[in-house]
Design a protein around this ligand. Structure first.
Ligand code: PBG
Length: 348
């Protein structure tokens, strides 16, 4: 582009434009003309390698219960989970995140069942690692599935205790490491838990077990369907004293800095869609891999609108996941992982 040496005032330029025919040099549409051109200049590429598939596991055998608010997502007993994983691995997916449905009878305020070395998650991890040694298994570290209060920490006089909870989370993480988890993912938002877990893992010799830290986890209403899946909704109040205020962004960087200092290997933003700006900022802020959780409510909205015939599910799914990656996420946890893997392999 040739710049005029003496800038012409805007008003005069408008007059000039009506007199003189300026050649239209830049035609951005040229690069959008064919799929071949669009593929060539595409800036963001979603692949199966980016995805982590969250899965719900329950006790028993022969169980496969669809979560009403999450069509296409099921709670599996271990036997059927292993069958499901055959398909997951066959689709090229390489990582899963496990969440347990715990019977009420096993729940208490201190989440004691969470660190049972032969509990549902340790048993499940052992079986998966035996059947699929290459599959990355990431376990959730938090008390809510095990808490009779439905909170991520121990409750006393209506408050969520921090340090006492961290002590339990440490035991839980150790039980998961012992069972063979590749990474533990603390999703509780207690202060100092990343450092405490890292120290304990190292002290016990689990130096290669990684930590995927839910660093910027917001107090979000988008978790509703997940709490249905695990029957883990809080019995009183909300999670605003530990999960972040949706209005805050600088605080997300503070949480990320703390988690990195404490030993996180990957930092995560959750939810994803209403927080794309946070993903973008964190991506620019750190050189660690950044993960984003495309949460249950985000999944449910797409499924519900698609079921009504109001949107095209496959296209909206791929657009959504691409936007999360474009914002800066290297890793995406999504209930769409299988559908996305199928869609991507069918495309080319
Ligand atoms: C709890 C936990 C939640 C999710 C993952 N771990 C819910 C919550 O914080 O209440 C939500 C995931 C989703 O909505 O898909 N530790």
């Amino acid at each position: 582009m040739v710049l005029s040496p003496s800038p012409v005032p805007l008003a005069d330029m408008a007059d000039a434009a009506s007199d003189v025919e300026l050649p239209l040099v830049h035609r951005p549409r040229r690069l959008r003309r064919t799929e071949g051109l669009r593929r060539l200049v595409r800036e963001t590429r979603l692949t199966v390698d980016d995805l982590i598939y969250p899965l719900f596991v329950m006790e028993g055998t022969g169980q496969r219960q669809e979560v009403a608010s999450m069509p296409g997502c099921f709670r599996y007993s271990l036997d059927l989970l292993l069958e499901e994983l055959q398909e997951v691995v066959g689709l090229g997916l390489g990582a899963i995140a496990l969440f347990p449905l715990i019977p009420d009878a096993q729940k208490d305020n201190a989440g004691t069942e969470s660190y049972n070395p032969t509990g549902l998650i340790p048993q499940t991890v052992r079986a998966i690692k035996q059947a699929f040694p290459q599959l990355l298994v990431i376990t959730d570290v938090a008390l809510d599935p095990y808490s009779s209060m439905g909170h991520d920490g121990i409750v006393e006089d209506g408050e969520i205790l921090n340090d006492e909870t961290v002590a339990v989370l440490v035991k839980q993480a150790l039980a998961h490491a012992e069972a063979g988890a590749d990474m533990v993912a603390p999703s509780d938002m207690m202060d100092g838990r990343i450092g405490a877990i890292r120290q304990a893992l190292d002290a016990e010799g689990w130096i290669n077990v990684g930590i995927l830290a839910y660093s910027a986890k917001y107090a979000s209403a988008y978790y509703g369907p997940f709490r249905d899946a695990l029957e883990s909704a809080p019995k009183f109040g909300d999670k605003k004293t530990y999960q972040m205020d949706p209005a805050n962004a600088a605080e997300a960087l503070k949480e990320v800095d703390l988690d990195i200092a404490e030993g996180a290997d990957i930092v995560m933003v959750k939810p994803a869609l209403a927080y794309l700006d946070i993903i973008c900022r964190i991506r620019q802020h750190t050189n660690l891999p950044v993960a984003a959780y495309n949460v249950s409510g985000e999944y449910a909205m797409v499924k519900a609108a698609a079921a009504q015939g109001w949107i095209d599910e496959k296209t909206v799914m791929l657009e959504t996941l691409t936007s999360i990656k474009r914002a800066g996420a290297d890793v995406i946890l999504t209930y769409f992982a299988k559908d996305a893997a199928k869609a991507m392999s069918g495309e080319r």
